[in-house]
Ligand binder design. Structure first.
Ligand code: B12
Length: 317
């Protein structure tokens, strides 16, 4: 066989293989691919993306273990947690589906951390903005200490704009999830405000703190002098939920006060957490408890347990 004949045979075999590849891919491709619309990034006749969207509930919750001993038990187990269990494996590695889902969820956490709180959400409640000593998001992540301190300009603005020595000061902080504020503030804020008003508790002038950490309430109170300071702040996003809000609060915060002297109501979200409307009512109840006991955190726990021991409810007697 001469060189030309060899080349002709090779070309014929390659053409045949290409034809078979296209037939096989078309047979297993989803409807969108079969419709002739090439998937994003696909070159005609080269690559057809035939994996379903991994983030749909059906695919997210699908059991990946082949031949489970107790299929129903496994389904029940999976329904109790958003943790990635029972997803199966490909040899020693995760399946492509699991890996894509992980990447997609990770993308959502990045958006939550690097996202911005919407001005329209702040405007809805007339919140003005001040900033901590953090310059940008990269510094925010690296220097939590600076996220606990207000700039001199911020203190000046707070001094000018805010009512001093209220019983309760509410502040909002972006924290680690802008989505938490964007999605939950519109529901929780009015409930807290109305709850305090209805209980005859005075509330200071609320405002927004950019690049905030929980401990900033100490610095806030050096200017405000409130009895209780509450910060509504975005929680560190998880791979299941990225828009959870927390309400951290303390009795007369000030320099040197720590988390041991604070309380928190956490995981406030409509995505599988504490509903923000309900959470607002809990926040008001906790504020009342702190005001009554003039203590928060561990001290509040100790004081309330003393109360229970001293005055046991009638059904305990
Ligand atoms: C990260 C984290 C931690 C980190 C905080 C370190 C850091 N610098 O980030 C570490 C591992 C130290 C930690 C420890 C504890 N944590 Co923690 N933590 C979290 C987590 C995962 C995220 C918090 C967050 O995003 N905060 C927002 C950011 C912007 O705040 P930050 O200023 O950066 O960080 C401050 C807060 O995170 C605060 N903090 C963290 N945990 C707790 C717990 C309490 C009761 C308080 C008052 C403050 C507090 O400490 C940080 C420094 O000031 C939450 C889970 C969640 N769904 O919220 C649990 C969570 C808040 N922690 C919890 C608990 C119970 C604790 C501990 C008491 C555990 C223990 N038994 O030791 C300790 C207390 C620590 C303390 N600071 O006094 C519970 C609170 C439950 C509740 N309603 O009371 C949560 C909700 C987890 C859970 N589901 O059980 N925690």
């Amino acid at each position: 066989m001469d060189q030309n004949q060899i080349e002709a045979v090779v070309q014929a075999v390659l053409a045949e293989l290409k034809k078979k590849d296209v037939q096989a891919a078309t047979a297993s491709a989803p409807a969108s691919a079969k419709s002739g619309v090439p998937a994003a990034g696909a070159k005609t006749n080269a690559l057809i993306i035939d994996l379903p969207d991994p983030t749909t509930p059906e695919v997210r919750n699908a059991v990946g273990v082949e031949h489970p001993m107790d299929p129903e038990g496994l389904l029940n187990l999976k329904s109790t947690t958003p943790a990635r269990i029972g997803s199966g494996r490909a040899g020693p590695r995760p399946r492509t589906r699991s890996w894509l889902l992980f990447q997609a969820d990770h993308g959502v956490t990045q958006d939550a951390i690097y996202g911005e709180v919407k001005q329209e959400v702040l405007d809805q409640f007339g919140l003005f903005t001040v900033q901590t000593q953090v310059a940008d998001k990269a510094e925010y992540l690296l220097r939590p200490d600076l996220g606990r301190l207000l700039t001199p300009e911020a203190k000046m603005l707070i001094e000018q704009k805010c009512v001093k020595k209220p019983q309760v000061q509410i502040v909002v902080g972006d924290g680690l999830s802008a989505a938490a504020i964007n999605n939950n503030l519109p529901q929780i804020f009015p409930v807290i405000k109305q709850g305090l008003e209805a209980s005859g508790i005075s509330m200071g002038t609320p405002f927004f703190i950019k690049f905030a950490r929980v401990g900033v309430i100490n610095d806030v109170n050096t200017v405000i002098g409130a009895d209780v300071v509450v910060i509504l702040i975005g929680e560190r996003p998880g791979l299941g939920v990225a828009d959870a809000l927390s309400a951290y609060m303390g009795w007369r915060p000030g320099p040197g006060k720590t988390d041991a002297q604070r309380d928190v109501i956490c995981m406030i979200t409509n995505n599988g957490g504490l509903n923000p409307l309900e959470a607002g009512a809990f926040v008001v109840e906790l504020i009342k408890k702190i005001l009554k006991n003039q203590a928060s955190g561990v001290e509040l726990k100790l004081k309330s347990s003393e109360e229970i021991t001293e005055h046991p409810p009638s059904d305990v007697l």
